[in-house]
Design a protein around this ligand. Structure first.
Ligand code: ADP
Ligand code: MG
Length: 200
C-alpha cells in the first residue's frame, strides 16, 4: 500500500466532491467544509516528497492539514494523520497490520481531541465502524479490508442523518440539525473510498 497515493487520491476525491461537502455544511454549519478540506489536502499533497516512508508520509500530510485547513475538521483530520503516522513509526511498508495500527490511532486521536462519541453526529460516526470493519477483515488483506471499511463508513455516515448534533457547529442548531448528513462523516467516507481505490 502506497501511503502517498492514498493521500493524493483522498485529495482528488475531495476536490471532485468539494461542492457537495460545502453544501452539506451549509445546511448545518457554515458552508466551508469542502473548501477547507480541499485547500488543506492540496497543501498536504504538495508537501509530500517522493520516497518518504509511510509513517513520515502520514505525519507530513497531517502537519499540513493542521496548518492549512480551517475549521474544526483541519485539526481533527490533521491530528488523526499525524498520530497514524507516528503509530507506525519507521515501518518500511504499509501492510495490513500497519494500516490497522494507523487507523486505530487515527480514530483515537479524533476522539481525544474532539471529545465526540458515536451518535454525536460527527466524523466519528463514520470512522468508528470503518476502523472496526477494517480490523475484522484485515486478515483478508488490505484491498478486502479497505472495501469492508468503506462499506461501514458509508453506512455510518448515512446513519448520521436522523441524529441531532451534539458536537461542533451543527450542535448550535439543536433539533434543526436532524435530517441532514453530517459533512465530516461524508468526507470520512472519501478517506476510505481513497483507501479502497489505491489498496493493492
Ligand atoms: P467548522 O465546523 O469549524 O466549520 P468544518 O466545516 O471543516 O469545520 O468541519 C465540520 C465537521 O467537523 C463536522 O461535520 C463534524 O463531522 C466534524 N466535527 C466538528 N466538531 C467535531 C468534534 N468535536 N469531534 C469530531 N468531529 C467534529
Ligand atoms: Mg464548517
Amino acid at each position: 500500500m502506497d501511503a502517498r497515493r492514498w493521500i493524493e487520491r483522498f485529495s482528488e476525491l475531495v476536490t471532485a466532491d468539494a461542492e457537495r461537502l460545502t453544501r452539506l455544511d451549509s445546511a448545518i454549519g457554515d458552508g466551508d467544509h469542502g473548501t477547507n478540506l480541499d485547500r488543506g489536502l492540496r497543501a498536504a499533497v504538495t508537501a509530500l516528497d517522493a520516497d518518504l516512508p509511510p509513517g513520515k508520509v502520514l505525519m507530513t500530510a497531517g502537519r499540513s492539514l493542521v496548518s492549512k485547513t480551517g475549521g474544526a475538521s483541519g485539526p481533527l483530520y490533521g491530528t488523526a494523520l499525524r498520530r497514524a503516522g507516528k503509530a507506525i513509526g519507521d515501518a518500511s511498508e504499509l501492510g495490513a497490520t500497519e494500516l490497522g495500527t494507523a487507523l486505530r490511532a487515527a480514530l483515537e486521536a479524533v476522539k481525544e481531541l474532539g471529545k465526540a462519541e458515536e451518535g454525536d453526529k460527527t466524523m466519528v460516526d463514520a470512522l468508528t465502524p470503518a476502523v472496526a470493519a477494517y480490523e475484522a477483515a484485515s486478515g483478508e488483506g488490505v484491498p478486502a479490508a479497505a472495501r469492508a471499511a468503506l462499506d461501514a463508513a458509508e453506512k455510518g455516515a448515512e446513519a448520521t442523518v436522523p441524529l441531532q448534533a451534539r458536537k461542533g457547529r451543527a450542535s448550535y442548531l439543536g433539533p434543526r440539525s436532524v435530517g441532514h448528513l453530517d459533512p465530516g462523516a461524508a468526507s470520512t467516507v472519501l478517506l476510505f473510498r481513497a483507501l479502497a481505490d489505491v489498496a493493492d
